[in-house]
Each structure stands twice: as C-alpha cells, then as structure tokens.
Design a protein around this ligand. Structure first.
Ligand code: UDP
Ligand code: MG
Length: 329
C-alpha cells in the first residue's frame, strides 16, 4: 500500500514538572505505544516523545538525559525555569512542529489513557487536523475537583468562550494546525481556549481518566483557581460587560430611590435616613471597588501582553541528537 510508505511522524509532547516518580513508567508505556503504532504503520519509525522539563527541582532532567541515551524514542527539552504547564506544553509543541506531521500532548502522570493515542492516529489518518481527548468518566477525580471543573466549563460556555467539554490538554494536532497555533501570540496562555479558534476539521475521542500513576498533583487549588481565572479573563470580556450592566442597574435603582425619598419628603414624612444612607454608600462603594478591580485585571493583562516577554526560556535542547540517533538506528 502506498500509505505504508508515508506513515506520519508523530511527536508525543509531555510536560514534566518534578515527575521523577512516574517518568520511567511513562516513558516505558509511551515507547510501547509508539512501537505498536509503528508496527501497524500508523506512525513512522522516526516517531518520538518529547519530554519537556519545566524547571523541575528533582531528578526529572537527569532521567530524561539518561533515557535519551538508551532509547532513541526519547527526546528532551529543558526549560531554564518553571514556566508553567501551558507554557511548557507550548514550548514542546513548537519544537515538535519542526519535525512532525502531527503532535499529541499528554500529561506525564498517566492519568490520560495512553490507549487513546491509537484512536487519535486513526482519526488523523481519516483527515482530521485536531482530535480532542474527552474524559468519559472522572470517577477517579475527587468530587471536589469534578464539581469545580464542571462549573468551570459551564461558566466558560456562558461567558461565550468555545471550549471543548471535559477536554484537558490531551489532544492531537496536525502540523498545519500547530503552525497556525504558533500565530497566536498571547502571553496569557490558555491553550484549551485557543485551539478551537484555530479551526480546521476536528473530532473527539473518548477515554477514561485514571488515577495519577505516582507522585502528587502539581496543580494545587491555588494554581487551579489562577488557571481558571486566566482562562476566563483571557478569553472573554463578559465580566467587564457585567460590571457595566451592574453599574446601569444601580443607576436606575438609585433614581427610583431618590424619587421615593422626594415623595416621602413632600408628604411630610421626615426620614431620619441614616441607615439607608450608610447602606447605599457602602453598597455603591463596594460595587465601585469590584469594578475597578476587574478593570485593573484586564489592564494588567494588557500590560503583560504589550511587554511581549518570552513565555519560556530553553536551556537545553537534545531533541536533535535523538533524531540523529533514530535515523542512524
Ligand atoms: N506541569 C508542568 N509545569 C507545572 C505544573 C505541572 O509542566 O508548573 C505538568 C505536570 O508534570 C503534568 C501536567 O503538567 O505532566 C499536569 O499536571 P498535574 O497532573 O499535576 O495536574 P492535575 O492532573 O492534577 O490537574
Ligand atoms: Mg494529572
């Protein structure tokens, strides 16, 4: 068959932050997956995994270097400091885009079922540019995480951001989708919200989410909330509009209140009015502060964007050596 000669080069991009406990297992499993895909001619022999060390403080990078020595499927990229999951992912995707036909992003902790990768590749072969991995069940997440995630997706939809329900960053993107992604220059990076904006033909693959294989979540509540907030304010201006609406509503209410006060005055009912006065001062003051804060939030975002700081800094790039090894081997 002709298609056999042209099996696509797949790069699996894995952001890793202090993942020494899971990494050996992750590499093993992904190697198996890649080997099987190669056998089935769903991916070319030069397919690989790109492990992006996001400024880990443990032995993650040493492990990556070690594995790259012995396993030609392993390529490494080291960021100079912890840039965060989204930036690390972007660094990896951009690097991979230089050599691949398609890239799949997956977390290092094996929570996302690696079996779905084969499904992804089948869809890619059918001509889809973007394949979203969608969590079928979140039984292994805590009720709290499920609840908060659920409300987050709902809120995002309400706010007018088009994000894929129950999809995290487990997805396949074709080379041309990656190239288009590269044109989104935002610093407040929320890939889940941006990828749908790229367009092209997309589809979903459903999978079950597992427990973290080892180690603990690198997304404590604080980071999770910051991430959600970033997602909302970088994709939607609805919050700022709501503030304006609230302002208008308050204006109308205060007019009515004034009217009421005048009528009372004319009727001769002396109003001591202290309570209502104090209440309204505090109420309006509060609303004003909230509004100012919100506006400040957006201005802060603009400030960050105009500075155009690099999202991440690459310290070491040993992916090319891995490629040479693959070609030789
Ligand atoms: N991660 C990263 N940089 C960070 C935090 C996390 O590269 O600053 C990686 C982490 O190694 C993992 C992925 O992002 O591969 C998702 O993190 P985690 O599994 O801890 O998040 P959770 O699944 O608990 O939301
Ligand atoms: Mg995880």
């Amino acid at each position: 068959m002709d298609s056999q000669a042209k099996a696509p080069v797949l790069g699996i991009v894995v952001p890793c932050y202090n993942e020494e406990e899971v990494l050996p297992e992750t590499i093993l499993r992904l190697s198996h997956v890649l080997d099987r895909l190669t056998e089935e001619r769903l991916a070319s022999r030069s397919s690989f995994m790109l492990l992006v060390d996001d400024g880990s403080r443990d032995k993650t990078w040493e492990l990556i270097e070690q594995f790259q020595q012995s396993n030609p499927r392993v390529a490494g990229l080291k960021l100079a400091r912890n840039a965060g999951h989204q930036s690390a992912l972007l660094a990896g995707l951009k690097r991979a885009a230089e050599t691949v036909d398609c890239a799949i992003s997956i977390d290092a902790d094996l929570q996302d079922d690696t079996e779905a990768i084969r499904e992804f590749m089948l869809r890619f072969r059918e001509g889809y540019d973007i394949v979203y991995g969608v969590r079928q069940s979140r039984a292994t997440d805590t009720a709290f995480k499920r609840g908060t995630a659920q409300s987050f997706y709902k809120l995002m939809k309400k706010l007018g951001a088009d994000i894929e329900y129950n999809h995290a960053d487990y997805r396949l993107m074709s080379r041309r989708a990656l190239q288009q992604l590269d044109r989104f220059k935002e610093v407040n990076l929320f890939l889940r919200g941006i990828v749908p904006l790229v367009g092209f033909k997309s589809t979903r693959v459903y999978f079950d989410r597992h427990e973290r294989f080892a180690g603990e979540s690198k997304y404590p509540l604080k980071k999770m909330l910051a991430f959600a907030w970033d997602g909302i304010t970088s994709l939607s201006v609805t919050p700022i509009r709501l503030v304006t609406l609230a302002g208008f509503a308050l204006f109308v209410i205060s007019l009515l209140a004034a009217l009421y006060a005048i009528i009372q005055k004319l009727a001769g009912n002396t109003v001591s009015g202290w309570t209502s006065l104090m209440l309204s001062i505090w109420f309006v003051g509060g609303i004003q502060l909230i509004s100012l804060g919100l506006i400040g939030e957006y201005i802060g975002k603009i400030y960050k964007e105009v500075k155009r700081r690099p999202l991440y800094i690459i310290e070491k790039d040993i992916a090319a050596e891995a490629e040479t090894a693959r070609k030789a081997g």
